[in-house]
Write a protein that binds this ligand. Structure first.
Ligand code: NAP
Length: 230
């Protein structure tokens, strides 16, 4: 059994936690306000979930998901994550996160910022370009990898072993994986790009209307159409 730690337990964090529990894992959740504020979510998720501080969640996780507003990435515990696989779901929204010059001028990517903050961890970008309700609804754990029923999630990372760990973890959650390459390629699935989530929407103008399957070929075809405007 694997323990998943969560730095952030909002829309995406709680959805990934739900899928991880369904796959037979334990989860340790955290947020900015303290474990007591997660009591309702923990009770809803059941005995395989508990709440903790961010430091405790980082220390407890075999895999740790960082899923907070990007502006708070420097708050992510460093020492507790040394040597670990860290999945980064974060996106850059200047209106929420403030202007970040190194992202505005294209000299780096948001996941590389997190990797620089966690120099001894293995950051893998994942879950960043799927609306949380689609992530919940498209999971197909009972279907084998490559099945026509499955959707694919894009990942990026600089460490091949860490990406393989994430690929196997996503497989258990019910998703195929599309490897975009190193973290520097992660911009291809950022906000505003063709692969930023519409592929999973039944209705592109109303993401709450439901989900549709998108496999590896479709996601790959959208990712190569990305254009960097800097
Ligand atoms: N929503 C989506 O469908 C979606 C899809 C893909 C990627 N994303 C990206 O994933 C990230 C999370 O999105 P979300 O929609 O899940 O956000 P959300 O619902 O607003 O949840 C954010 C979570 O982060 C916690 N948090 C904030 N600052 C923190 C800190 N300094 N330390 C620890 N925890 C902190 C919040 O805790 P408190 O409530 O206690 O502050 C909350 O649990 C964002 O970067 C977003 O752009 C979102």
């Amino acid at each position: 059994m694997t323990t998943w730690g969560f730095i952030g337990s909002g829309n995406i964090g709680s959805t990934v936690a739900r899928l991880a529990i369904a796959a037979g894992h334990d989860v340790v959740l955290s947020n900015s306000r303290g474990p007591e504020t997660l009591a309702d979510l923990v009770s809803e998720l059941g005995p395989h979930a508990r709440a903790a501080t961010a430091q405790e969640a980082a220390a407890a996780g075999d895999i740790v998901v960082v899923t907070i507003p990007l502006k708070a990435y420097r708050d992510v515990p460093v020492d507790e994550l040394v040597g670990k696989v860290v999945i980064d779901t974060m996106n850059y929204y200047p209106q929420r996160d403030g202007q970040i010059e190194a992202l505005d001028d294209g000299s780096t990517t948001s996941s590389e910022l997190l990797q620089a903050h966690l120099p001894q961890s293995h950051v893998v970008k994942g879950f960043n370009n799927i609306f949380f309700q689609h992530l919940r609804d498209l999971a197909r754990p009972a279907d084998p990898a490559g099945s026509d029923e499955r959707s694919a999630l894009a990942i990026a990372g600089d460490d091949a072993a860490a990406k393989d760990t994430v690929r196997r973890a996503l497989d258990a959650l019910g998703y195929d994986t599309l490897d975009l390459g190193p973290l520097a390629e992660g911009w291809r699935t950022q906000p505003g790009q063709p692969a930023y989530g519409t592929q999973y929407a039944a209705d592109e103008s109303d993401w709450a209307a439901g989900a549709r399957r998108a496999g590896s070929d479709e996601v790959a075809g959208l990712a190569v159409r990305a254009v960097r405007e800097v």
